[in-house]
Design a protein around this ligand. Structure first.
Ligand code: SF4
Length: 347
């Protein structure tokens, strides 16, 4: 292995092909932090617009710290993985209490919601600290280039790749190197059918030499996906509708929704009738509307109840024209759009 050969070629590649992104070319730790949190579990193309909007609404850490949770969630609406937004908000308050953004790795790592990857990204991009990032792109590039089949989700694999990432980096160019390897993984050494023919590392890539590009990186656990069945009912009663706030301990904590029941299998018409039939006329709008989360596949049925009187279901009655001011999950947003309840499109 020749670390400097690898790193220098990577940096040359980055100078030519690196992505131009709105959070590049800055040393502002707040901007870098927000962009990194948005980009966790979000594609760059989608994250781009959200980042610009979020920065427009909360241009600095003080503004974010002073906002309410509802304001932050509303801005985050549609991005998913809402714990990211809650942690961002909590950490903004931590930073303001500290008197400013921490400038060392340990201080950055102590912020709520900041793990090893994000701390290394902020430390290197904002403060030039020689900390190598390790994300999915880095695992892929290093496992292929070095021909390593140790599972990346094993304790041994995590340690090994963290050490290798550190060893391969150019300490004096930590910011460029980290961005280079991530872009390289995102654009060149992609998960499926990487373009090895035009790769500047092809002559020394172990996986290519051994014909095992498609099998690397190795993961020991495949994630089991759970199916869940949700039945939502949008209640319309004298131009008002009922919203409920989701509690802790499940997805979408703190977001709003219309009344929903979760069952082991889709609810039958008779069950819906039992639930709300006595309060007015109900119609089914949509069946098995799917929404995929990392470990869950949600199956949603949507109903509209034109109620003659308010059913005794807990929640807050709001004017239908005000629904758009509440942060709701994407599924509920789809239902509101179907009903024509006035919810603004997310993007
Ligand atoms: S040769 Fe192929 S597998 Fe190896 S680093 Fe380049 S793109 Fe990745």
């Amino acid at each position: 292995m020749n670390a400097s050969n690898f790193s220098l070629r990577l940096l040359e590649w980055y100078a030519r092909y690196g992505r131009e992104l709105p959070w590049r070319g800055t040393r502002d730790p707040y901007r870098i932090w927000v962009s990194e949190i948005i980009l966790q579990q979000t594609r760059v193309a989608q994250g781009y617009d959200y980042f610009l909007r979020f920065m427009g609404r909360f241009p600095d850490v003080e503004t974010l710290a002073a906002a309410t949770e509802d304001e932050v969630m509303h801005e985050w609406q549609g991005l998913g993985y809402y714990s990211r937004a809650r942690n961002l908000h909590t950490a903004a308050r931590q930073i303001v209490e500290m008197g400013g953004f921490p400038t060392d790795y340990e201080g950055i790592r102590s912020l709520k919601g900041v793990g090893d990857y994000t701390a290394a990204a902020i430390a290197s991009l904002a403060f030039d600290l020689p900390r190598a990032v390790v994300d999915g792109n880095v695992y892929r590039v290093l496992s292929r280039y070095l021909g390593i089949s140790t599972p990346i989700d094993s304790t041994e694999g995590k340690k090994l790749f963290a050490a290798l990432a550190q060893e391969m980096m150019v300490p004096k160019r930590a910011a460029d190197y980290n961005q280079a390897i991530m872009d390289f993984g995102a654009l060149q050494c992609v998960p499926k059918s990487p373009d090895c023919l035009s790769c500047p590392l092809a002559d020394s890539c172990q996986a290519l030499a051994e014909g095992c590009v498609d099998t690397l990186p190795v993961k020991q656990h495949t994630t089991r996906v759970r199916d869940r069945y949700f039945t939502y009912i949008y209640i319309r009663c004298a131009r008002e509708t009922l919203l409920q706030r989701r509690g802790a301990g499940d997805i979408w904590q703190g977001l709003y929704q219309v009344p929903m029941r979760e069952t082991e299998r889709p609810m039958t018409a008779a069950e819906v009738e039992d639930w709300v039939g006595e309060y007015g006329r109900w119609t089914q709008l949509c069946t098995d509307h799917r929404h995929q989360l990392t470990h869950q596949r949600l199956h949603a049925d949507f109903y509209l109840l034109e109620a003659e009187r308010r059913p005794p279901i807990e929640g807050t009655w709001v004017m239908e024209t005000d629904v758009q001011h509440y942060a709701v999950p994407r599924l509920v947003e789809d239902l509101i759009a179907l009903v024509g309840g006035g919810c603004a499109a997310p993007d």
